[in-house]
Design a protein around this ligand. Structure first.
Ligand SMILES: Cc1cc2nc3c(=O)[nH]c(=O)nc-3n(C[C@H](O)[C@H](O)[C@H](O)COP(=O)(O)OP(=O)(O)OC[C@H]3O[C@@H](n4cnc5c(N)ncnc54)[C@H](O)[C@@H]3O)c2cc1C
Length: 555
């Protein structure tokens, strides 16, 4: 498997924590946010030899450390725990280098990628345009050939890019433009004649990141600046990075979500209301804390599984990247929102940080593909699997979960099995009634698939923890019993959500008889599965507040 050994990864995580404690304490982060300032010197120090994250992101052949997807997920989560804005500045360099990593010739890689590890250069990724966001194929930036003696010697780029992270500060830009042969990536150096970054955008969150439009007015580049040397590969190359880069944004959702939730957990142990700490109140923990912990850990299970598969050499995992991003960023947003509520009036002020985290994490469901585009990607891909297997794809996945439940009971596999069976039935009903002609039904199917697959992943991770076979570099915050509890909580929620929302929308789209559909998705079994939910939430709260070990120590 690709990547670092555990000790090296742990050392990098420790170094990052230490750097953040020293250079990015809360007061500095709040100040950057208030002043809407990109900390250029700090970001350059983090990428460059100061902290060495540039090396971390690059393969060994280009003077990096050869980290794998799993390592990058762990680092990205840790960076986002500190600040999603600063993390975006770092990530944009990595993202900017991806078209080169994916599509460039060996000579081009040596020329550009080595500068990240050696010199700590800042990069930017210029794909989005004012009229081409989710639909990149609508791009209007052009690349006209410059020919000499019948040979293409260069290109003239003209057009506008929008929302480019590091746009105002990068040393090197990858820019997507329409060449005569189709969309193509070009590398543009900062300061090229005709190339002008716009003023920084005044954003809702990640105000410590720089986002700027780019204007290209007849910018001349050498023919050797065409990534890969062949026109028309740009959209394929842009697609090829998604399995990987969306995992990193998923990790941002995890980092920010947990950062907010941990602040709420700490706050609620000292905030007294009605004569007792909020942390002792079930109506508080079971609404504002526990379900978010379960959703974040389900998302983590999916992220870890996908990262391990990427490192294992599986080629295109775009759908899995989409599911990981969808689960983790939606969970991160919900957790951060709940954290504001959990701190009451204090949460609504800037000083307590959760308000900033909530504004920051909001971007994660927008950039690198919006949640709606994730839903569409997931549904379209898995729809093919449903058709190819004559409706058995998710029934088969469910049977795998039933086998896991039989082998290792109590790890959420029973609930995951019900959620997966329900998805299979909903997809079959939608197929028979041609209901996905309603786009909303197709996108909701994407959501239910993500929930059911997330529940299955979470059950597998909990079972692996019980077996003692978790990945060496996994996050080890929770013991096996706690992971099992969280997996059961999430699986119940996933199954109930898939079945009830699924039924609601199928009936709403004219999909048939509600009672027959309820039987098909096994709604009574899913309701019966809810038995024990409150006790599991009690146990999860005990774990999150470290009450079990304190009680044991007192006894
Ligand atoms: C802070 C920030 C940093 C960014 N950094 C970069 C960067 O470094 N490089 C870069 O290239 N881009 C970057 N982006 C751009 C980002 O990736 C796009 O904003 C995003 O892909 C969405 O495109 P859009 O804004 O044009 O929205 P649109 O595509 O217009 O979408 C608007 C809404 O419509 C929904 N929607 C769109 N199409 C459909 C459909 N077919 N069916 C249903 N719903 C649909 C979307 O989900 C969304 O809710 C950044 C954006 C921001 C805000």
């Amino acid at each position: 498997m690709a990547g670092l050994d555990r000790e090296t990864l742990d050392a990098a995580l420790d170094a990052l924590d230490e750097f953040a404690r020293r250079r990015l304490p809360d007061a500095v982060l709040l100040d950057l946010d208030a002043r809407d300032e990109f900390p250029e010197a700090i970001v350059r120090e983090m990428i460059g030899p100061g902290l060495g994250l540039g090396m971390f992101f690059m393969p060994e052949a280009y003077h990096g450390m050869g980290s794998g997807a799993f390592d990058l997920y762990r680092i990205c989560e840790r960076m986002a725990r500190v600040d999603v804005g600063v993390a975006t500045g770092l990530f944009a360099t990595f993202l900017g280098s991806e078209p080169i990593s994916i599509g460039a010739t060996e000579e081009q890689r040596m020329r550009w990628l080595t500068r990240i590890a050696d010199d700590g250069i800042v990069m930017a990724y210029g794909a989005t345009e004012p009229a081409a966001g989710s639909d990149l194929a609508a791009l209007r930036t052009t690349a006209r050939r410059i020919e000499k003696d019948g040979r293409v010697v260069g290109y003239r780029l003209s057009g506008n890019k929008q929302w480019i992270s590091n746009g105002g500060y990068a040393d090197l830009y990858t820019v997507l433009a329409n060449a005569p042969g189709g969309p193509t990536w070009f590398v543009v150096e900062r300061g090229a004649a005709g190339f002008t970054p716009g003023k920084p955008e005044d954003k809702h969150g990640i105000r410590a990141s720089n986002t700027a439009a780019l204007s290209l007015d007849e910018v001349e580049v050498d023919a050797s600046a065409l990534v890969g040397g062949v026109e028309g590969q740009g959209l394929i190359q842009a697609q090829a990075v998604f399995g990987y880069t969306r995992l990193m944004v998923a990790a941002f959702g995890l980092g920010a979500g947990w950062a907010a939730l941990d602040r709420a957990i700490a706050y609620s142990t000292t905030r007294l209301q009605g004569g007792a700490p909020l942390s002792e109140k079930q109506g508080y923990t079971h609404k504002l804390i526990v379900p978010h912990a379960a959703r974040l850990e389900a998302a983590r299970a999916y992220v870890e599984e996908t990262a391990a598969r990427v490192d294992g050499g599986e080629p295109t995992l775009n759908t899995e990247g989409a599911i990981a991003k969808y689960l983790a960023t939606e969970a991160g947003n919900r957790a951060a929102d709940a954290a504001i509520q959990a701190l009451g009036g204090y949460g609504y002020t800037r000083e307590y940080m959760v308000e900033k985290i909530k504004r920051d994490v909001r971007i994660t469901t927008i950039y690198e593909g919006t949640s709606e585009i994730m839903e569409m990607t997931i549904a379209r891909d898995r729809w093919q699997n449903h058709l190819k297997t004559r409706g058995q794809y998710y029934h088969d996945r469910a049977r795998e979960m039933e086998a896991l439940e039989a082998r290792r009971p109590g790890n959420g596999a029973a609930g995951a099995a019900l959620a997966l069976h329900a998805v299979a039935e909903i997809m079959e009903c939608a197929r028979a009634g041609r209901l996905t002609r309603h786009q909303h039904i197709l996108l909701r199917v994407g959501e239910w698939i993500a929930l059911a697959e997330g529940a299955a992943s979470c059950a597998r991770r909990a079972a692996a923890a019980a077996d003692g076979s978790l990945a060496a570099k996994t996050d080890r915050r929770f013991a096996p019993e706690a992971l099992a509890t969280l997996a059961r909580i999430f699986a119940r929620e996933a199954a109930l959500n898939v079945a009830t929302a699924g039924l609601g929308w199928l009936v709403g789209a004219g999909g048939g008889d509600a009672a027959a559909l309820a039987a098909a998705v096994r709604l009574p079994d899913i309701l019966a599965l809810q038995s024990g939910l409150v006790a599991d939430c009690d146990a999860a709260a005990d774990t999150l507040y470290d009450r079990t070990s304190r009680a044991a120590a007192a006894a």
